[in-house]
Design a protein. Sequence first.
Lengths: 337, 244
Amino acid sequence: MESTTSSRPLPRTLALLIVLGVLAAVLFSIVPASIFNWLGEKLNVFATIFLGIFIEAIPYLLLGTLASGLIEVFIDRTQMSRFIPSGSFTSALAGAVLGLAFPVCECGVIPLTRRLFHKGLPLPAGIAFLLAAPVFNPIVILSTAAAFGWGKMLAWRVGLTLLIAVIVGLVFSVGKNDATSILLPASVLHLEVQEDAPASLLEKIRRALVIGADEFFEMGRYLVVGAILAAALQTFLPQGALLAIGGGPLLSVLVMISLAFILSICSTVDAFVALGFVGTFSFGAVLSFLVFGPMVDIKTIIMYRQVFRTRTVVYLVVFPFLMSLLAGLTFNYFFPG
Amino acid sequence: MSPKLYRSFQALLLLAFGLFLIEKIFSGKLTWYINMRFFPLTLIGIALLIVMALAIYLHDRLETHEEHADHEHNTTPLANLIFLLIPLLIGILIPARPLDSAAVDSKGVNVSSPLVNSTTSTQQMQIAADQRNILDWIRIFDGNTDVTPYLGQTANVIGFVYRDDTLPANQFYVSRFAIVCCAADAVAIGVPVQWDHASALAENTWVDVKGPVKSTQLNGHPAPLILADAVDPTKQPDQPYLFP
């Protein structure tokens, strides 16, 4: 059944490759060599940045997909409904704090959320989990504290993230309260047929690892595309130009939000990067970087699009953007410093 | 592609990723991509890759009735394999090179590093003058209001040559990249150097600069300026970046 779907696109890819090859040959003969030197150098920069993002993200993505595999194997749907309350608000709140149990970043959380939906997690809880878990988990709390200390920045980062996650979770609870309404049809996992005899613990772990590997391949594909885009943007769009826009209560927040979007760094380490901007940017601007980055960036949008319907992706981007912006502006205008 | 063949390729690719990372560690090139402090994380990643490959291999041998275990493939699995080949191909086909002056062009050189605030300059004061690196010198000049105790001290720093239009012809930047998490957040930092033969230096070559430090202003920031006695070509250090 798979061979029919997978073999069809191949000839088209092959034709495309040949066309590209011919185009490249023509280009080589027309364009002066200096351009290729320049491109060659840029290609090196691109490769280093791309591999930087990718090597950094691989372990976290693997941990996320492994967690998803373990949930698939060890938790069944009845247990899920016992743990998570069914009311919209309480369920969103429960989803938002669920992150404490799962140390994942914004790449790993996506397959994990889909898996939890599959296990019967209510819609508001899943959305709140998706947005909050990349910040509200032990690893990120510790790394933020390591960078900024146990103080104002950490408290506001966690507090705002939870608030935004719960609000967006509630937005999704309006209307059909069913996860299949936001997932792409192709992305809805089919129910496991578990008529086999109960497997041994070792066998269960092995199965979890295989499921994790499958999801690593499925999600890794979009991580690759996202990292390519982010690296290309950084190679050809001078970061200095963005930072030079700098000041102003509104612009500084917009700059930091765009930077979080373009850099696409993992939420588990972004606090150390944000620390570097403390002197140059206001508290509100840096806070918006720390709140928005883990929810939305280039690679997560690409990965969201793989799992969720387009309208859901738009909500998942627009609401966090507006609320992060609002939070940054509030601090810049009313509590500068 | 038969499920069995797909499984084999999957396991192979996972192993290849693991080997790729192991090679980067042993060749010392891992720090060209990520900060040293995330080294343990990469080890966890390698362990998971190998264990997953092993699990798939066992899976392959134990279960012949793959069909029902494979129900979760929504996208064409072959495409997944091809996409995950891309990072390996980029890593193998494009010769590994740390970020250099070609990257400064898009990132811009900083004389006052935004990374300055992460540590107080008292730490830099305790380092002997000739042991301080570029980042230490920049921190001192950005963090202290009074830099007179440092003026005239002899600096000895290593970095690559970078020029831009804002500097006079007899000056260049001796630069390094500072990396907080990975190459994506690299910031180029540089200390201006004054040297009579500055224009003879090729861009991007690694040099060892020695000379007394004086104070200057660049883009409205106080910055050190090295009046070089000697600028010697040197090898690229094993760790080309600085980790604040």
